[in-house]
Design a protein around this ligand. Sequence first.
Ligand code: URA
Ligand code: SF4
Length: 194
Amino acid sequence: MRDLEELKQEVLSCAKCPLHQTRTHAVFGNGNPHAAILLIAEAPGFYEDKSGQVFQGKSGELLDKILAASGFNRNVHMYISNIVKCRPPKNRPPNETEKTACLPYLYQQIEIIDPKIIILMGATAVKGLIHPNAKITQIRGQWIDWRGRLALATYHPSALLRNPQLKRPGWEDFKRVVVKYRELINAEHHSDYC
Ligand code: URA
Ligand code: SF4
């Protein structure tokens, strides 16, 4: 099996879909490659494209708050990546061509990182990994089997910022992750909120 660094180098110079023409940096992923949790979101945005790192903007701030309340740190307890590694212009959702070209990288990341728990954040992650017709509103908050791994869909932080009513169900989802983490990984895992 290839290692993560080798795969990252391939992604950083990838030209398999048109998004490579408009990107500043491809964003491979960040965090702890040995972590039990893999968090998958949509695509790099403006700040991620500039820096080459995941979740740098307002969504990143909110994500860090949610993680902190759950006793998680993005660099310790998880690895974070996206369905596509290059920023779609104007932050539109990635299209079918782009997703099809890029998904093999994510599949390889999953094999190498070998997470026990996968968190799918937002509709693009749900459709990309589960099924093109899968609806986040229908499957969020439930543990589902993804090729022998446990996956849980929840709202993307940008959806929580746009629609504060979603914050409560979003918190409930992270409580489920904490419970599962205690069950599978560390019974002593501490969270201030649950
Ligand atoms: N939104 C995403 O979906 N991914 C990032 O890395 C940042 C914002
Ligand atoms: Fe390659 Fe993915 Fe970037 Fe397209 S989005 S150029 S497939 S790394």
